[in-house]
Design a protein around this ligand. Sequence first.
Ligand SMILES: [Zn+2]
Length: 115
Amino acid sequence: MHELGVVFHVIDHVKKIAEENKVSHVNSVTIELGEVSAVIPFYLEDCWNWAVTKHEVLIGCKLKIETIKAVTYCEDCKSEYETVKYGKICPNCGSEHTYLLRGNEFTIKEIEVND
Ligand SMILES: [Zn+2]
């Protein structure tokens, strides 16, 4: 499952930061997740809740997900529009010369710890 790999990656990263900063317990991790990032929040939380039980420093650690709306830019009419609603074709001029401005993110935004 794709989400499980993502969760392992995040946990590795968070554990490394916790070790470097001599943190005893991580309370929550905030993730910025783009609407079209191909990661499904529900599965992500599911994997997360299972995976954190395997690491002492993370037991009970919450995953907070902030969704970033996907926006596409049209090169022909220089407008921006909602990616999820219209896809690759600009709703203003019908052009296919478009690219994703944002919405593909998967970033660890914040790690909240006990110190
Ligand atoms: Zn356009």
